[in-house]
Design a protein around this ligand. Structure first.
Ligand SMILES: *Cc1c(COP(=O)(O)O)cnc(C)c1O
Length: 381
């Protein structure tokens, strides 16, 4: 066993204490969780409408500095609907990164569109504006103001970057390119609730943004998601589509298109509201932990991944970059056998059978990170 690994494991044990398994990320319920959930039960509104759903939607719009928030059953469903609203249709292409959780890519497929995998930046671990630009210079063509892939003939109907582990992508540069090619930007901000770029929240930069409130995210609804937008019409349409496209009426059932039952139950919204009240404190705690990790790993000569310039990350899941795949594999094996939960970053999407034939550019950076990045325990202290 490498000496430095032993010291690392001791350091992590000292932070979290005890002799039990140290999870990668566990939720903390230290606020109004029980009160709000009990209130929801007492109100009898436990299902798809209720006061906490409304409160949650107001809170998430305010936190993300957007005009409208819509509560959705999970982040994946939120992505699916956000892409549809952005204009993604059957047969289109959507630009995204291969270094992501599979939900990003699946949400594109649910709309009948094809993910196109463009490389990430080494510093942000998210979609690289420069690589997107190169792809569009080679394959992009504007026809009547819409962007098409001149090789495949398909419309490129959205760009879907993902803010890996809460580290924002280079949004200014990406937006400039998307505007140039008239491609709507949708942010997969599932992991970056509360992260700022140029002082503004991730999720607020795109035409639409999406958050997840799964149990392992920075705050949880038990299960849940949200769509946010500065465009109130998009917001209203997101609510409509996720509510079975029902036309409001005192008693009639009328629906004006094929909608979805993607609503977040009031019980889950109650939990989420109590959690959102604590988001600021959670981020402060994580940023302090990140400082501790950073100074420790500096001394060890191991690279602790930090936010890039003009970003303020939520440090949802913290990670280190090891020298090579051998070191990574050893670290994973040793830590997990000692009850310290660590995980590799995701396999690149084109390694999965359903996405193996999709277009991809060089993926030099994504492959570099894939073999070196390891998540370490990151729960709020
Ligand atoms: C968690 C996550 C999602 C999906 O969220 P669910 O609520 O679990 O459906 C989507 N994209 C990314 C990058 C995620 O990490």
């Amino acid at each position: 066993m490498k000496f430095s690994n032993v010291e690392t494991f001791e350091f992590i044990r000292n932070i979290y204490g005890g002799s039990d398994v140290i999870p990668l990320h566990e939720p903390r319920f230290r606020g109004n969780e029980k009160l709000f959930v009990n209130n929801a039960i007492d109100s009898t509104f436990v299902s798809s409408v209720g006061a906490y759903v409304d409160k949650f939607e107001t809170m998430i719009a305010s936190i993300s500095e957007t005009e409208r928030g819509v509560a959705v059953v999970n982040g994946t469903a939120a992505l699916q609907v956000a892409l549809k609203i952005a204009g993604v249709n059957q047969g289109d292409e959507v630009i995204t990164q291969a270094l992501t959780f599979v939900a990003t890519t699946n949400a594109i497929s649910y709309n009948g569109a094809t993910p196109v995998f463009i490389d990430v930046d080494l510093d942000t671990m998210g979609l690289s504006p420069n690589s997107v630009n190169n792809f569009l210079l080679e394959f992009g063509e504007l026809r009547d103001g819409k962007c098409f892939n001149k090789k495949t003939g398909r419309k490129i109907s959205a760009c879907l970057p993902m803010h890996t582990f809460g580290f924002p992508v280079h949004l200014n540069e990406l937006i400039q390119i998307c505007n140039q090619w008239n491609i709507p930007l949708v942010e997969d901000a599932a992991e970056s609730l509360g992260s700022l770029y140029d002082g503004k929240p991730t999720g607020s930069f795109g035409e639409l943004g999406v958050f997840s409130f799964n149990g392992n995210k920075i705050v949880t609804a038990g299960g849940g998601g949200a769509i946010v937008s500065k465009n109130v019409e998009y917001g209203a349409y997101a609510k409509h589509l996720t509510t079975t496209a029902k036309i409001p009426h005192p008693f009639e059932y009328a629906h004006d298109e094929v909608g979805y039952n993607f609503r977040m139950p009031n019980l889950n919204a109650a939990l989420a509201c109590a959690q959102l009240e604590q988001l600021k404190g959670f981020i402060e705690s994580k940023r302090k932990l990140a400082e501790q990790y950073d100074s420790f790993f500096n001394k060890q000569g191991i690279k602790f991944r930090k936010e890039s310039e003009n970003a303020r990350a939520n440090y949802w899941l913290m990670c280190i970059e090891l020298e090579n795949k051998n070191d990574r594999d050893l670290f994973l094996k040793e830590s997990n056998s000692l009850g310290i939960m660590t995980r590799p970053i995701w396999q690149l999407m084109y390694r999965l059978p359903m996405y193996s034939d999709n277009y991809r550019d060089s993926q030099k950076n994504a492959e570099f990170l894939e073999s070196r990045i390891v998540n370490i325990p990151s729960s709020v202290i």
